[in-house]
Design a protein around this ligand. Sequence first.
Ligand code: ZN
Length: 866
Amino acid sequence: MKKVHIVPHMHWDREWYFSTEESRILLVNNMEEIMEMLETNPDYPYYVLDGQTSILEDYFAVKPENKERVRKLVQEGRLIIGPWYTQTDEMVVGGESIVRNLLYGIKDSEEFGEFMKIGYLPDSFGQSAQMPMILNGFDITYSIFWRGTSERHGTDKTEFYWKTDDGSKVLVQLFPLGYAIGKYLPEDEEALQKRIDKYFTVLDRGATTENILLPNGHDQMPIQKNIFTVMEKLRKLYPDREFFLSKYENVFAELEKQQDLPTLEGEFLDGKYMRVHRSIYSTRMDIKAANARIENKITNILEPLASLAYSLGFEYHHGLIELIWKEIMKNHAHDSIGCCCSDKVHREIANRFFLAEEKVDQLINFYKRKIVDSMDTAKQEDRLTAFNLLPYERTDIINTSVMTKLKSFKLVDQTGKEQDFEIISSEITDPGLIDRQIVHYGNYDPFIKYTIQLKDTLPAMGYKTYFVEGNDKEMAPSLTIADKVETDFYSITVNRNGTLNIFDKKLNQSFENVLLLENGGDDGDEYDFSPLPNEELIYSNRVDAKTEIRQNTYGATIDIRYKLVVPGDLEQRKAKVLDSSVDVHIVVKVANDKQLINVELEVDNCAKDHRLRVLIPTGIASSFSISDHQFGSIKRNVIDSAIEVWEEEDWDERPDPIYPMLSYAGLSNDKYGVSVLTNSTREYEIIGENYDTIAITLFRSIGFLGKEEMLRRPGRPSGIKLPTPDSQMIGKITLRFAISTSDQPEKVARTAKEYLTPVVTYNKIPHDAMKLNKADVKTPLEFSFLKEVESNVVLSTLKKAEKDAQFVLRFYNPTETEATAVFEFNRGIEHVSAANLNEKSIGKLELANSKVQVKVKTNQVQSILF
Ligand SMILES: [Zn+2]
């Protein structure tokens, strides 16, 4: 007898075309009905709260008095909560973010009872290949999702095992028709049968057991109170089936008995049966770039810095850091970070990022100040301290500033050695801006803010301090104007149109017309890019650029400005009228001793309905690209073979090879590799006749949340057809990325990590508007907390464990061969253990001469506790 598990649930998009404020009112209303049903009706056994605890947080902000009612229902196993904090996206959200989403979701659940041990992501737009490993890291071995699979991944069944390169594995129950097939089930028998017949055909075809799932819920749907009446009708209509209220775990218990379920691997990004919105990665680039920037700041700067401070005796502010994570994880919900929302909601999302970044910046500053203020020295001079938050000693150019009243100064380290530096610029600063108390007492002597560059070797995961001492040598900026760039690695000339011709001396390889811009129409919506039929693309090859090259001891800066003329909107584009423009300002920075080209590209957009990309030719004809996803690297074909058959096979979406990345994407051959590293845009496509050019999306400009009948996406609109003028991206946006060329392309992940972990500095002067009492702690002038001895893994983060007085060091191996990670501790560490992603010890590790060694498989993440 076929068993139909009817699972009551609601899918809770906190925000979408409606705001969180609107959904919260519904939530308060719906929660009462859910609890009442569970409390008063013993025949109504379960209710699934969408796998996310932010719902509870939103609810208790309004109804804290109901915590005990919720706790009782959770402990009875009837109200099913967790494991996530929000319904996260898996494509443009980083590994640490997804880990914290589970970490805090589970932590919040545990306040009430057990959490649902299923990686439940019923609506996320595609599935990351690394998800089984992340779930296993929290002892979760089941997964439920909807979007991204098709039979070409290896099975046409809806139940299978899904595994990662490191051997992690989850049992998957797919929702082949989504999470809402049992929404508002009608009592009318004819209507009920018409709907259910259609579903049962598909569900039976995919099922490997007698058990099928009918999730009874929908977006923001209130509890269906008449479900018992509907079930009576179902029993009458389908006498050969058993209908009962159930929970997802019951289905997994049956699946566990199955012997030979297929095993699949990899990411699921097929838009054949369901839309996955490949190209949503570049919608509202301002918001997408903010996410990239803030994620990087938290994991690469704030958490390691807070750990250093904690190791020196200061408090680790878990509460403040959790607040930051939760702020951005609210934005990581699939619709929110997808940016397929209304303008009003995007304003709320952008504001959350603004608040999160302000918290991050201020907390970073606080920790730097605490450490530098407490230095154990008798010297009274101002200090400049440079922090290197990578686990290896690093020789780098440090861009910083010194605020002083001195007309000339020198930098001297703790051994008395004078440090060379160069002045880039200087500006007078009003003392009242530094501390209003100074002018309060009548002292109006101005300060001078010197922007300087210096180059030094900094200790691993630590810092070095210089004293700012008076000098009598005259100081002046040392930049000279040049007509080309010459560094240890590159000769770079700028073409008239602002593109670069780069000769890489080490590779003996030329790259021409680098940074050419490509512009095309975008007839899509917030979900998907869609081109105009038979359109001729516009390039920046004929613009007349204004260029200036400046060079000093440490490197060169190229400043490029031009106006790219484009059509004002779709109608003008069809008519081939160039009546609008995009102002482009590119600043390229190249250090003398680095095989890396830094790009800051600011656009001021006046036009609508278009997409702008920057092209980086590599000279490498390729069949696949390599980019990163969470805790690893991924190879993707430059052409999706389904492009030939998608119309014939009636795909929901044209399978263009437009893909997400987190920190890099590139091409390589047996001689060299070229990659784009990014701290902003996370979308790329490999293009060109030989598939040798990396196209990076700078932004897309569209005017609707959802549109119907698009070239790349036929049929109904996704979402609703709501105008979203803000998504036209009129105005300025700055994209930060870099181009890395190398004869060791397998090292690109480490290069990207370094690019995203700049040296940060703190300049201690006797004044600060915000006073702090002196701490009891004494810190050294120079410090190194730990260092890596072998170097093939990439640091993910260093943080303090949430619950214990221990540190968590997390790293992964993005290379194709097994790596050995060896770390050496400089503090008296006594215990080291391997840990899972939930920060629980999973076995002691041997500590020899303060060193610990672990093997890391390809694309594996590992954490150690110490
Ligand atoms: Zn959703």
